[in-house]
Structure formats: C-alpha cells, structure tokens
Ligand binder design. Structure first.
Ligand code: SF4
Ligand code: SF4
Length: 342
C-alpha cells in the first residue's frame, strides 16, 4: 500500500496527465459533479457521485461504428476506428466499478463487442471509497462494499492523506507511475477508515433492502403482479432513469447519410421509450406499464437469471434522485415485497 498527503494529490494528477489522458469528477457550474479531462487547476470533487455515471468511458452515448461508400452496385465498408489511447479514470465509486463488471457480462460475452473491449483494455480504473454514503445509497443490498471498492487500483481518502492499493497488473503500472510522489505504508489508517464507513452504512435507511423476493426463477411470480399498473401509472417515459443508470446498456444502431457516404453509429436507447425495439410489424410493448415492467424485471429477474444471480442494479441511487416523478427501483422493490429496516 502507498500513500501521499492530500496536498500532493494535484502533483499526482499532473504526473498521470503527462503520460496519459486523465478523467476525474469535478464540480460543474451548477455545483454537480461530472467527469472531465483533467487540466491544471481542476480539483477532485467532494461529491459522492457524478450525475452521469462513468459507463460512458467504455460505452459512449454515441459512437461511430463504420462508414459506407457506394459506387454503382458496389459498397465499400470503411473501418473508421482510430487507435485508442490509454486513459485513466480516477475516483470511480464502488457501485460504478461493479457496474463495469455487469457491462462486461453483456459486451464481453461472445459475440464480443470489439468497440467496448478496446475501451476496456485501454482504461485504468482508480476507485475511491465512499467516506459518507448517502441515504439514497443501497449498494450493500447487491453485495457491494463502498469501503472496499474494486478496480485496477483502490484508493481511500482520510482527512489529510490518500492511500492506494493495486489490484491488477494495470494497477501495478499506475502505482509505479506515482511511486516517487507516494510512500510505502501499512494499512492501519485504511482499516480505521473502513470501519467508519461500515458504521455509517449500517445506519442508512436502505442498508437492509432485501433482494430475496427477486432473482432468477421469479418471472412467473412477478410478471403478472397487479402492482405494476399503479407503479407505472405516472411514469412519463422520459428515459432519465436509464440514461443516468451505470448498468443500463440498451442501444440503437442507425445510419446517417452525410451526402458523401453513410455513417453507421450507435447511441444509447431506453426501454422506457414508446418506439424502443419498434419493428415493421409494430411494437412488442404497447403500454408504459409493459415498458416500465420490462426495465425492472430485466434488472431484478431476467439479468440475474442469465448471469449466475448477478442483479442488474448496483444501488447507486441515481434514479432515486433524478426521476421527475420520484419513481425508482427502491419503490418498485418495496412494493413487490422487498423489506427494509426503515
Ligand atoms: S421512471 Fe421516472 S425517470 Fe424513468 S422513464 Fe419513468 S418518469 Fe422518467
Ligand atoms: S437502477 Fe437506479 S439505483 Fe440501480 S444502478 Fe440504475 S440508477 Fe443506480
């Protein structure tokens, strides 16, 4: 384990940025945290989480896939990819780091998504323990410990110092890069910090949200539950919950005629939209109730069914704070039988 004083952290950012692109959460003009490419004077945000999750580093909101040029009956397919640069994402929380594992299950399972895989290979993820998990956090319901974030390197911030521990080969390289700016240390301070975080977690209102009612094999029981009608009755179908969610991974692929050729791109989509998966014969989910149910059944039943019990939610709490009608996965879980200690 290595450590540095907090006053040295900007020198560390400078050192990383000399070698590779560095992204970290900084406060924007509205006082909200968002990931930005580091530049001189940028300070690491103190906020617990960013408005948009870091999934964009692996799965961009829009991404060109290829280009076509036609000449008579001939079509030329052009691979528009340029060599991907290495990058570091600093300050990823435990929930968002776990979300990367969930995205891996989707994009790195055969047939492997080479666009995603390339981002994954080039990115080094530095996670940061959450010193003050908030009342909207419920990562522990999904077995995530905010005091022990995974990633290539785990970091902990105390009042005066930052601690680093490598978990992977990429992480070792990162530690080597900052070696001259850090010093070797034992894990006593980190242990104390973990205990503090763990005590806060135990007191949070959603700490004991139970997932017992959900998981693989529950389709029959939950699909026809009468509660979906009331739960979905005010949903606007705006898709905000899916766009801020670190685990939502639906996308659409479209062609755009530039006049000189056709660019094929993909962009995030939302199962909450009325034209999602619209086909020539019509739509397979015609009401907002069906679309709403799909989103939550996917996270709580279908995904764990197909992925050895892993849920498609990491309890980051973004949908709790962003939905314009205050609907969210916790309300869904409680209504369908999940218990809490509040
Ligand atoms: S649940 Fe909320 S955020 Fe999601 S689509 Fe409905 S209204 Fe929008
Ligand atoms: S469903 Fe909500 S709480 Fe769960 S991961 Fe997505 S945004 Fe976070």
């Amino acid at each position: 384990m290595r450590k540095c004083s907090l006053s040295a952290i900007n020198s560390i950012f400078e050192e990383i940025a000399k070698n590779t692109m560095l992204f970290l959460p900084v406060d924007n003009k509205d006082g909200k945290a968002e990931y930005k490419k580091w530049q001189e004077g940028f300070l690491l945000s103190e906020k617990l989480n960013t408005v948009k999750s870091p999934k964009e580093f692996l799965f961009p909101q829009t991404e060109n896939l290829m280009e076509f040029k036609t000449s008579g009956k001939n079509i030329e397919i052009i691979d528009t990819r340029t060599a991907k640069e290495d990058f570091v994402v600093f300050g990823v929380r435990a929930c968002d780091a776990k979300a990367f594992d969930i995205l891996d299950k989707v994009f790195l399972t055969e047939p492997r998504d080479s666009y995603y895989a390339s981002c994954r290979e080039h990115g080094t993820i530095i996670t940061l323990a959450c010193n003050k998990p908030s009342e909207t956090c419920f990562c522990s319901a999904f077995g995530i410990d905010p005091a022990n974030p995974m990633g290539d390197v785990s970091a902990w911030k105390t009042e005066n110092e930052m601690f680093f521990e490598a978990n992977t080969e990429k992480g070792e390289k990162f530690i080597e890069l900052i070696k001259n700016l850090t010093e070797k240390t034992d894990n006593k301070e980190v242990k104390k910090q973990k205990e503090k975080i763990s005590n806060i977690m135990k007191k949070l209102p959603l700490a004991n949200l139970s997932t017992e009612k959900f998981g693989g094999g529950k389709t029959k029981e939950l699909f026809d539950a009468p509660e979906w009608a009331e739960l979905s009755s005010t949903c606007l179908g705006c898709g905000t919950c899916t766009f801020v969610c670190p685990t939502c991974q639906c996308y659409d692929i479209k062609d755009f005629n530039t006049g000189k050729g056709v660019i094929r791109f993909r962009c995030w989509d939302s199962c909450m939209y009325s034209n999602f998966t619209l086909m020539a014969h019509g739509n397979n989910r015609n009401s907002q109730k069906e679309r709403f149910r799909q989103r939550f059944m996917h996270k709580l039943v279908y995904f764990p069914e197909n992925n050895d019990g892993t849920f498609g939610c990491v309890g980051c709490g973004r949908c709790l704070s962003r939905c314009p009608i205050s609907m969210n996965i916790v309300k869904v879980m409680k209504k369908l039988g999940g218990k809490t200690n509040d």
